[in-house]
Design a protein around this ligand. Structure first.
Ligand SMILES: N[C@@H](CCC(=O)N[C@@H](CS)C(=O)NCC(=O)O)C(=O)O
Length: 240
């Protein structure tokens, strides 16, 4: 009953992070195939499992190929209803689905201006107006969800759900680029920064894969939030 999960470079592939969280966070068994962004194109490296051409891609135990993160969330939730990948409460579930759908199709300015890079944090990045507009919308929908459904914990619907897996890479961008958000949103970002699953993912990225220049920006650098000059917080979670 093991899933095959194709993932891109851990430090840079935000969609792969979402896909991995959807299995790891709910303890679903997986074997990982690492698609190295410094080698041939992703599509070329995935020729064995058509029609997939991006990461993450999931192959189910019986051989179905699921080549999109949102489809993975839906299919895994259907196959594992007891895991509660979506919130059980119908009102919270409706919000979580809206959050995931908007993340999956939106925030293009933030995504293109601030690519996820878990190897670098910047101290002097000044976001342009279109990124600020995305951040303002993110702040609004996070606050909407936290106010209505967040009483039971630090996550968007209280307990961890697919919505948090989808916004984890956004939280990493806010942390890494030092983007301006409300104190409530900052607390939510902090929940991701201290999430053992996220720390494990980041540690895997520091250990495996290359420093890819196409994701680096020329802004001044500072240590990753939570890391000290003497060591990486993430490294502890792998005993590096
Ligand atoms: N809509 C897709 C997006 C996946 C995606 O764009 N993945 C990127 C890596 S983060 C990729 O595989 N890029 C390689 C390419 O487009 O050639 C999903 O939700 O899974």
């Amino acid at each position: 009953m093991t899933y095959q999960l194709y993932l891109g470079d851990y430090s840079y592939s935000s969609w792969s992070l979402r896909g991995w969280l959807l299995l790891h966070r709910w303890g679903l068994p997986m074997d990982i195939t690492f698609v190295d962004f410094s080698e041939a194109s992703v599509a070329q490296q995935m020729q064995a499992i058509p029609p997939a051409r991006t990461v993450p891609t999931l192959v189910t135990p019986e051989g179905s190929v699921i080549w999109d993160s949102l489809a993975m969330a839906e299919e895994l939730a259907s196959r594992h209803p007891d895991a509660q990948i979506w919130p059980v409460d119908p009102a919270a579930r409706a919000t979580a689905r809206s959050l995931v759908a908007e993340m999956h199709s939106g925030f293009t300015a933030l995504r293109s201006e601030c690519p996820m890079n878990l190897r670098a944090a910047y101290s002097d990045y000044a976001p342009p107006p279109e990124v600020l507009a995305d951040l303002s919308r993110i702040d609004l929908i996070w606050s909407y969800s936290r106010n209505r459904h967040g009483a039971g914990g630090p996550w968007l619907c209280g307990t961890y759900s697919a919505a948090d897996a989808f916004f984890a890479p956004v939280a990493m961008r806010i942390a890494g680029y030092g983007l301006p958000v409300s104190p409530e949103a900052q607390a939510y970002v902090q929940a991701h920064l201290t999430d053992p699953a996220l720390r494990q993912w980041r540690a895997m990225g520091l250990e495996r894969g290359s420093d890819l220049p196409q994701y680096a920006r020329t802004h001044s650098r500072r240590p990753w939030p939570g890391d000290t000059a003497s060591g990486s917080d993430a490294a502890e979670s792998l005993d590096l």
